[in-house]
Design a protein around this ligand. Sequence first.
Ligand SMILES: Cc1cc2nc3c(=O)[nH]c(=O)nc-3n(C[C@H](O)[C@H](O)[C@H](O)COP(=O)(O)OP(=O)(O)OC[C@H]3O[C@@H](n4cnc5c(N)ncnc54)[C@H](O)[C@@H]3O)c2cc1C
Length: 399
Amino acid sequence: MMRIVIVGGGLSALRSAENLRKRGYEGELTVVADEPHLPYNRPPLSKEFLWGEATEDELAFGVPAEEADIEWKVGHSVVASNLDEKTLALSNGETLTYDGLVAATGVSSRRLPIPGPQEGRIVLRSLDDAISLKERLKPGARLVCLGAGFIGCEVARTARKVGCEVDIVAIDPVPMVVPLGKEVGAEVQRRHEHAGVRFHMGQSIAEMLGENRVEGVRLDDGTELPADFVLETVGSVPNTDWLSGNDLDLRNGVLTDAYLRCGAKPGVVAVGDVARFANPLFAADPLRIEHWQTAIDTTVFATATLMADLGLTHERPKPVSIMPWFWSDQGTVRMTSYGMLGIADSAEVVEGELNGECAVSYLRDGQPVGILLIGTEIKQRGARFKRQLAKARKEASAV
Ligand SMILES: Cc1cc2nc3c(=O)[nH]c(=O)nc-3n(C[C@H](O)[C@H](O)[C@H](O)COP(=O)(O)OP(=O)(O)OC[C@H]3O[C@@H](n4cnc5c(N)ncnc54)[C@H](O)[C@@H]3O)c2cc1C
């Protein structure tokens, strides 16, 4: 019997498995997942789960194991692969053969080599990380957050909500500068400062202070900040080690073709955070997109490709073309975005005021490439902004 193996145990792995069954795949379906949990929802890890509104059980996606007849090898990682021989080596010594392969291994938190004690340095990517962080978030606890991206700012506001002291240290001029730009980033910083978050921008941590565990940090300019723990949110590293040695382009994720295939041989596709692909709607270079919705959307295209490449359907696969979408809840700062803000070269407020509810259009060479909505009321009108952007992109990509 034919076998498809999905490597990874997150959202894109689960949706890949479900899509394959929906498309009529009846062969063996195995998911190899290194975390000890069945798939769960990550976004609440920096929000509802941390402040206690969502429980561990509520994060679980619910796996239709019996209906979909999926074998879950949970708690084992794939450590190596041979795409010519179609084999995978697992951490438990097992070798798996496959006919079709889905790479759905996501990313890991990037770590910086900083001298000083290691104990008390934490990251936030997995449920286990979130459980450990939650235990530390007590009223009066002192958190230093290294990095001012989405996850850093979300945790900072959650930590303020539970009564922690919070300092954010980041090398950038303003928080989330790459996707949001300087002006919007500065406004978001102002709102977080109003909620009591202290920012130390344009700086990094030169040294962790303390005897055996972190008791503080020294910044580049010599400033010392007390800390009970340091959360490091300085970006991510795609989990591609297991694919090395197969002549794939693994620079910043696994490069795919327009159908999300990787490598020269058919039968291997990539999905979710780990996949780097060109999105013709935005005429951009191949990029990875670390958004929840993209993890889902890519599985729709990739499973169609896989079914066709394995000769299981006569349906022709379609080249991937998606409208990226994300949300970020940072205390009272609620953001929703469509498109690819990060490739813009300018931004302008097109509705409302920057210091209130507003819509900000992001442009590249004068053409809209993204829209950011700040606020909960304007978010209700998201579908209209999304439609307008999609229309503009279709016209621009047809030129
Ligand atoms: C704290 C947090 C908050 C977020 N908030 C938002 C948000 O508000 N909005 C939004 O749009 N997105 C958000 N995201 C991003 C979103 O969760 C991701 O885009 C999504 O989870 C990607 O799914 P994935 O399946 O590609 O990767 P993942 O969910 O990372 O799953 C990959 C899985 O593969 C496993 N794995 C890795 N290597 C191997 C191996 N060799 N063998 C076996 N298994 C392996 C990993 O351990 C992991 O379990 C957030 C992410 C985090 C961490």
